[in-house]
Design a protein around this ligand. Structure first.
Ligand code: ATP
Ligand code: PRP
Length: 217
């Protein structure tokens, strides 16, 4: 007997960039999360539903099996830790980089050279801690949930660790990128139990998405 499948996506770029990959697997989402208030969206396949959650909550829904699979950025997956998740596919969507940035007037190289203790604001505590520890730079991390670019402008931090794509947010706020930590893209993550128990339904969908991700990107 066929079982239901639930896919966790976040609104915005992940939803939009995942749609063509789902289409390649024959899955069409029947409502637009930008206009609908519904959090469970039907698809053309009565056995597949999409749930709309915060980007940083996708791994949690999949870890606990509330969703069978989902799409999340590498940034989010590193902070989550990946427990209970199988990460088979890099979808090559929502591409950006994680970087260290400072105010244009701040001499980061000299601060690091002189062993200064830096205040760093970020949403990505684990990744930032690991990055600075590997360099032997002492930091006090300040957790923020968004608008990191503001922190150096108002004296909350010396530096930020944030995502950069075009660089226009940094430029608009007179910040400069001083270190490139890693490239980021979004991954398809699958609940480990679902991968075994719903293998027959999941496998063709995962294969079609993987093929489309390779073709499109
Ligand atoms: N400017 C960007 N260009 C390309 N990809 C990006 C960019 N900013 C973020 N991303 C990627 O897209 C994912 C989703 O970003 P989005 O802005 O939709 O959520 P968020 O606001 O960061 O998350 P949350 O709602 O949980 O705070 C991020 O986790 C990251 O992997
Ligand atoms: O280098 P850029 O192209 O300016 O992108 C970088 C910005 O994108 C992300 O934010 P968010 O998702 O809030 O911004 P966006 O949706 O406007 O890209 C990120 O936190 C940066 O602030």
């Amino acid at each position: 007997m066929s079982q239901k499948l639930t896919l966790a996506l976040s609104k915005g770029r992940i939803f939009e960039e995942t749609l063509p990959l789902l289409a390649a697997a024959g899955i069409v989402v029947m409502e637009n999360p930008e206009t609908s208030r519904k959090l469970i969206l039907p698809t053309n396949d009565p056995l597949v539903n999409v749930i709309i959650v915060r980007a940083s909550d996708v791994p949690t829904y999949v870890q606990y099996g509330a969703a069978d699979f989902g799409v999340a950025g590498k940034d989010v997956l590193l902070e989550h830790g990946g427990e209970g998740l199988y990460q088979p596919i890099d979808l090559n969507i929502a591409k950006c980089r994680m970087s260290v940035a400072v105010s244009a007037g701040f001499d980061y190289a000299s601060a690091v050279r002189h062993g200064a203790r830096l205040r760093v604001a970020t949403k990505y505590l684990l990744t930032a801690r690991e990055h600075f520890a590997a360099k032997g730079v002492h930091v006090d991390l300040i957790k923020l949930y968004g608008s990191m670019e503001l922190a150096p402008l108002v004296g909350l931090a010396d530096a930020i660790v944030d995502l950069v794509s075009t660089g226009s947010t940094l430029r608009a706020n007179h910040l400069v990128e001083v270190e490139h930590i890693m490239e980021i893209s979004s991954r398809l993550v699958v609940n480990q139990a679902a991968l075994k128990l719903k293998h027959k339904q999941l496998q063709p969908i995962l294969e079609a998405i993987q093929a489309a991700a390779t073709r499109i990107t």
